[in-house]
Design a protein around this ligand. Structure first.
Ligand code: KMH
Ligand code: ZN
Length: 292
């Protein structure tokens, strides 16, 4: 089935509340360059608690090893999921993107940690001087494994071509577990779609009709303009130090919850207050994994 932009009514209609995702760490910033980046398990949990308090309902997690380097260690991933699950009610999303240096096979093993959600990037992107590799067969394998394990994917779209690849994925493999299709536009990566209102809205217009919600983030200085356009256009927000290390001109981000608080204030101002964690779970139809 082929959809054109005009058929998309669901995800582009105005959303009542705002899903705020925090991406606190990422894989591309060194702790040495940014000591306030949460890289230990204790820092991750403390960040998660503070960000939930500030209005986040989903956390996109990359972990680091004992030397603060990006890691896909199975034990550490499972410990991180368990610790954040114990201390918060956030929807827990593990990155399957890892760092630009992680091999594809290792990235698939992230699902073993049993997160609520996983990222699934819909195509290869130049990433500064590096390449973030996501060939279609890898995407399809990851998607099928997520379906089997009842993990809800978030489709990450770094470029307009990724929207077409999402269309192909749904045509080939059907809907995700739970039936909701949530996407996140990651704009402003050098090599991907620019962090401009025009580029974001072109992506939104092209979304398949099956998409039930969309979010956006602007990397670096496009952070605030993209948040404003997303809120004005029915989209949700992703913020955090994975994407942005500068709170304002000359003022580095000190803590992820500062970015979440500002996003929550913006959302309230736009009459689209932050969703609670339970509302976010319902929006994304994630499986109940907590034991009472
Ligand atoms: N670290 C980037 C190359 C994801 O988390 O799924 C990829 C990334 C995407 O962060
Ligand atoms: Zn990420």
């Amino acid at each position: 089935m082929t959809q054109d932009a005009t058929q998309n009514t669901g995800a582009t209609s105005h959303a009542a509340g705002t899903l705020i995702t925090v991406a606190p760490t990422g894989a591309e910033t060194a702790k040495g360059d940014c000591p306030q980046l949460p890289t230990t398990l204790a820092e991750l949990v403390e960040t998660a608690v503070a960000c939930q308090e500030a209005g986040a309902s989903l956390i996109h997690i990359h972990i680091r090893d004992g030397d603060h380097r990006p890691s896909l260690d199975a034990v550490l991933l499972r410990e991180s999921v368990q610790a954040v699950r114990e201390q918060t009610n956030l929807v827990i999303q593990l990155s399957t993107g890892g760092s630009v240096h992680d091999p594809l096979e290792r990235r698939l093993t992230v699902l073993d940690a049993d997160p609520d959600s996983c990222s699934l990037t819909c195509g290869t992107t130049n990433f500064g001087d590096d390449v973030f590799l996501n060939p279609y067969p890898f995407m399809a394998q990851l998607y099928r494994q997520a379906q089997e394990r009842e993990i809800v994917p978030e489709f990450e779209l770094f470029d307009l071509g990724h929207v077409a690849a999402l269309r192909r994925l749904i045509d080939d493999h059907g809907l995700p577990f739970g039936g909701k299709v949530h996407v996140d536009f990651i704009t402003g990566v050098p090599g991907g779609m620019p962090g401009t209102p025009a580029a974001l809205l072109a992506g939104v217009q092209a979304l398949p009709a099956e998409v039930t919600s969309w979010a956006a983030t602007g990397v670096g200085r496009s952070h605030l303009p993209i948040a404003a356009v997303a809120l004005a256009s029915g989209g949700h927000l992703r913020v955090g130090m994975e994407d942005n290390l500068v709170y304002a001109k000359g003022r580095p981000v000190q803590r992820n919850d500062e970015l979440v608080s500002r996003a929550a204030d913006l959302a309230r101002l736009m009459q689209r207050p932050p969703l609670t964690t339970d509302q976010a779970r319902a929006l994304l139809c994630v499986k109940q994994r907590r034991t009472a």
